[in-house]
Design a binder for this molecule. Structure first.
Ligand SMILES: [Zn+2]
Length: 170
């Protein structure tokens, strides 16, 4: 069963509070796929609101929007949860079009900051990739591919747990 919830103002507020997403970001739709046990939360930037150039922090209009991207977020109960957004690009006189920052992650990454923090904690607590995979699902493979190239993650995943990384091509 797959349906698009026509979200009420109340539900919108509920998700905004849970995700800590503030105006002009807004949650405009939520898809619930009961069979896949999956929730998609759609976020956009309120039309007509100015954006900040990520280089100069200067207020500017929107030049365009990036193609829709998906970030894996923490589960909602037993449902895998994803954030979807077409991130706006600023129209700075000085720097040209730049993808603006998003509060839940880096625009180029595939996981939200909260998911990354959780995944690192799981990796550090587990004795094998297989055990981590049982808790995090198969997306752990993508997480490790992204994570290993990241200095912060490499530091967090200490030498004590280096054996996990040796087995990371799962
Ligand atoms: Zn600028």
């Amino acid at each position: 069963m797959y349906f698009i919830m026509k979200i009420s103002k109340e539900l919108q507020k509920h998700y905004q509070l849970l995700l800590d997403v503030n105006s002009p970001w807004q949650i405009y739709d939520v898809n619930v796929d009961v069979e896949k046990k999956q929730i998609e939360i759609f976020i956009n930037w309120t039309q007509g609101e100015k954006v900040l150039c990520p280089e100069s922090n200067k207020e500017c209009t929107i030049k365009d929007h990036r193609e829709e991207r998906t970030w894996r977020h923490l589960d909602t109960m037993q449902f895998s949860t994803y954030i979807k957004c077409r991130v706006p690009q600023s129209n700075c006189d000085e720097h040209g079009p730049k993808t603006i920052d998003v509060p839940w992650s880096d625009p180029e990454r595939r996981f939200t900051l909260l998911f990354e923090k959780f995944a690192i904690d799981v990796l550090l607590a587990c004795t094998s990739i297989k055990a981590a995979k049982n808790l995090l699902g198969k997306c752990i493979s993508d997480f490790l591919i992204d994570g290993i190239s990241d200095k912060y993650l490499s530091l967090r995943i200490s030498s004590r747990n280096a054996f996990i990384l040796r087995d990371s091509r799962v």
